[in-house]
Design a protein around this ligand. Structure first.
Ligand code: HEC
Length: 168
């Protein structure tokens, strides 16, 4: 099972590299050539723009890749056992396994998978106290006691370990 996951992940990463390489080629030839065409031989400002844009793009790509990696990490975690209270109270916005994604689309809540018990607990306390502002989370937590927050935090903090157990 582990081997399959690693294989799929490797294929995905290689695919992404190929895609990135192709995309870059199109970008240089297509978009930039067109910009040069449109603006003649160009001022310093345009030269600066041209120099800056590929970097911007690669930054954005890096961000996309990081997001994809996180999604994969959680996505590959597959389905492991979660409590009924997580399922009924949290999964609708954060995903059945905390990935924050459903069928490849981002859900309303951010990914929780991979965050530690302390991180989750702190977020929950901050939402409840209004230090971290979010109407949805606050409304949800206002009815929960501190021990409930600890229980949720403990459970979500265990997600990676649970996923690993499921894979072995
Ligand atoms: C109706 C949708 C919804 C439900 C249900 C929900 N959340 Fe959230 N949650 C959100 C949204 C939206 C955010 C992002 C808030 C922000 O950062 O402004 C969030 C943020 C969080 C965060 C902070 C994550 C981070 O990385 O910043 C934690 C922790 C969290 N939720 C835990 C829970 C838990 C535990 C439950 C179940 C008790 C739950 N959520 C149920 C919508 C929801």
């Amino acid at each position: 099972m582990k081997n399959i996951v690693v294989g799929v992940l490797t294929l995905f990463i290689v695919g992404l590299m190929v895609f990135t390489a192709m995309d870059d080629a199109v970008f240089h030839g297509g978009h930039q050539a067109k910009v040069i065409e449109d603006f003649g031989d160009g001022s310093n400002q345009q030269a600066a723009n041209l120099a800056a844009s590929p970097k911007e793009k690669s930054d954005r790509e890096k961000e996309d890749e990081a997001l994809k990696a996180l999604r994969d990490k959680a996505g590959n975690a597959g389905i492991f056992k979660v409590s009924n209270e997580y399922k009924s109270k949290c999964a609708s916005c954060h995903g059945a396994n905390g990935s924050g994604y459903q069928n490849g689309k981002p859900m309303m809540g951010p990914p929780l998978f991979g965050q530690s018990e302390e991180e989750i607990y702190k977020s929950l306390v901050d939402f409840k106290a209004g230090r971290k502002e979010n109407m949805v989370m606050r409304g949800l937590l206002i009815h929960l006691e501190d021990e409930d927050l600890r229980r949720f935090a403990k459970e979500i903090g265990e997600f990676p370990a649970r996923a690993k157990e499921e894979l072995n």
